[in-house]
Design a binder for this molecule. Structure first.
Ligand SMILES: [Zn+2]
Length: 278
């Protein structure tokens, strides 16, 4: 069979690691523990595990799976790649049952794989170069708060939540990022750099968008405080949908969302794209 699936990285675990490493580490091999780049080497000795490196700075081992959708999964990397290929290449999508049969994994594993992969791919275009929107295109901007340690919520000083701002092209691309505080000064450069001025900006009534909103073809708002969610072409429902998927993904993987985890998660979403378009 000479299908795409006959490529080596779909069958050999070592080739699968090389395939993912070449894509994730194209600009150097960062240690996920301390962040130092290219100060690590293959772990020698007793371990026969594939793809394990040891950081010379912090002495900790790591693989390319750390901080990605593959982390803490016992599924072989080449099986992950097969699952990704199958899910991404089938236009009509693929059911968990089909995946289970085609990959020869348990139904539970197939469910886990499809769930994680779909989450990671939810936005295939995150981090694409160039501003979102354009002539006649609607772009929604909205912000949300994620995180805080669940078991601390009962105490007086719960871990502070992290603010995330999202720019969402209707029926299109998404970009999101963490901001230290939601205010006009922090949001203005994000909107100016991230959204084409010919776009129609749609937000909620928050004053943080008023001034910057004047730069766009139009700026309309819905008044969430009055439970108004859609008025004509004004709504931020696309952004809300993005946030609900983002939160499901974050809480599904991390109990406690630290700033580092949040950045990692956002990187994961962008990683989905890199692999799919590879
Ligand atoms: Zn390190």
């Amino acid at each position: 069979m000479s299908s795409v699936l006959s490529a080596e990285h779909f069958h050999s675990e070592e080739a699968a690691y090389r395939f993912v490493e070449a894509r994730l580490w194209a600009n150097g091999r960062p240690c996920p523990h301390c962040g130092i780049i290219d100060k690590s080497g293959p772990l020698k000795g007793k371990s026969t595990r594939i793809g394990v490196y040891k950081c010379y700075a912090c002495r900790k081992p790591f693989t390319v799976k750390v901080g990605t959708v593959f982390e803490s999964s016992h599924v072989k990397l080449h099986v992950w790649l097969q699952a990704m290929h199958l899910l991404c290449s089938s236009k009509k999508g693929m059911s968990t049952h089909q995946l289970h049969r085609v990959l020869g994994v348990t139904l539970q594993t197939a469910w886990f794989l499809s769930h994680r992969i779909r989450e990671a791919m939810m936005d295939l275009h995150i981090n694409n170069a160039g501003p979102l929107g354009g002539d006649g295109v609607f772009v929604e901007a909205d912000e949300t708060f994620v995180g805080g340690r669940a078991r601390n919520r009962a105490y007086r000083n719960p871990a502070p939540k992290k603010a995330v701002v999202a720019l969402v092209e209707r029926h299109g691309r998404v970009r999101s990022q963490h901001v230290p505080e939601v205010n006009a000064a922090n949001l203005r450069p994000i909107l100016e750099a991230g959204v084409n001025k010919a776009s129609h900006l749609r937000t909620d009534e928050s004053g943080v968008y008023w001034k910057v909103g004047e730069q766009f073809a139009s700026h309309k708002t819905v008044i969430h405080a009055q439970k108004e969610y859609v008025r004509g072409d004004a709504s931020t429902n696309a952004a809300e949908n993005f946030f609900s998927v983002l939160k499901r993904g974050i809480y599904g993987i991390y109990q406690h969302v630290s700033e580092e985890h949040l950045h990692r998660y956002l990187a994961e979403l962008s990683y989905g794209q890199k692999l799919v378009t590879a």
